[in-house]
Design a protein around this ligand. Structure first.
Ligand code: ZN
Length: 318
């Protein structure tokens, strides 16, 4: 019997699940692939209430001496096949697995009490596992040193590393967290959306498209910042900025195309000189010196004189 099987892709950090109601005559199967980050998000956001309602109902039915009926299975299958939360789907599958096994193994008419006891013990165990999982999430996904991973899993003989999950929720959590540990992944919080994500080192942002966009923006900001303080780039940027400002003044004052072109030519000539000097400093691995900065200053002065001259001419004409 296979209700939930999964295969871990360590390279893509993804898990492919196959959920199936394989105990029925015509099994219905559904395959879902989720990222490790989605598993983490679902571990944080899982709502255990609907499962709790079902396990309570199961216990009442059994205590009443009634056979566990299909409507309860149907509720579990509905969670397995359509919940958005993969952890809820896994729990529904392990609960249904145990309930089907119990049904198979016990003769209800003779041993109703032991059936009841077995299911109660199973549920108790399950909620202890769930509490551990909750504590693990609350603890920032850090296991305590003494945690022993439960790796007593069944593998599918036909396919390597395809795990058949039976009735243990803990097995899934242990396998998943062990893989996280193997890949040396840690939990970080996205600066943009606040979601938790797994990575080897803090990337500041998760992989949601809008957060990746934020990451690009932040990168560009840092690049601008470092350019701003780079002594081999900044003087040239500064000279261009200065030239742009003066050119704007000339344009506003009504300078002709020819006057603007002559100004641009002067700007370019000086910019070339500044660029060449900066390259030379960089190649020699020495910082630009005072003399260089004096030259830059004199170039600016020259541009300013040119602009003042043109503007004064316009004023005198008017
Ligand atoms: Zn994000």
């Amino acid at each position: 019997m296979e209700l939930c099987t999964f295969e871990i892709n360590l390279t893509n950090k993804e898990i492919t699940f196959v959920f199936s109601d394989s105990d029925l005559k015509r099994p219905h199967k559904k395959t879902t692939t989720v990222s490790f980050d989605k598993v983490v998000a679902d571990m944080i956001n899982v709502n255990y209430n609907s499962i709790r309602e079902i396990t309570n109902k199961l216990e009442v039915k059994i205590a009443d001496g009634k056979e566990v009926n299909d409507p309860i299975s149907a509720e579990l299958y509905s969670i397995m096949f359509s919940s958005e939360n993969v952890i809820e789907r896994i729990i529904a599958s392990v609960v249904e697995y145990s309930h089907l096994e119990t049904k198979k193994q016990m003769n209800k008419s003779l041993k109703i009490k032991s059936w009841e006891k077995a299911l109660k013990t199973y549920h108790q165990n399950l909620y202890e596992e769930i509490d551990k999982s909750k504590a693990f999430v609350a603890n920032g996904f850090q296991f305590d040193k003494n945690h022993a991973f439960d790796m007593t899993v069944s593998f599918d003989n036909n396919r390597s590393a395809r795990v058949i999950l039976k009735d243990s929720f803990r097995q899934f959590i242990d396998i998943f967290t062990y893989m996280v540990y193997l890949k040396d992944l840690h939990i970080f919080t996205c600066k943009h959306c606040g979601a938790k994500y797994l990575a080897v080192a803090d990337m500041d942002f998760c992989k949601a498209p809008e957060c990746l966009e934020e990451r690009e923006k932040a990168k560009r900001r840092t690049k601008r910042q470092s350019r701003k303080y780079n002594p081999f780039i900044r003087p040239l940027d500064n000279f261009h900025e200065y030239a742009r400002g003066r050119k704007r003044e000339m344009t506003l004052a009504g300078a002709t195309k020819e006057e603007l072109a002559a100004f641009e030519e002067l700007h370019k000539k000086h910019a070339d000189y500044i660029r060449g000097s900066l390259d030379a400093f960089k190649n020699k691995d020495v910082m630009p010196d005072d003399e260089f900065y004096q030259i830059c200053k004199s170039f600016k002065k020259e541009l300013k004189n040119r602009v003042d001259y043109v503007i004064n001419q316009k004023r005198n004409k008017a």
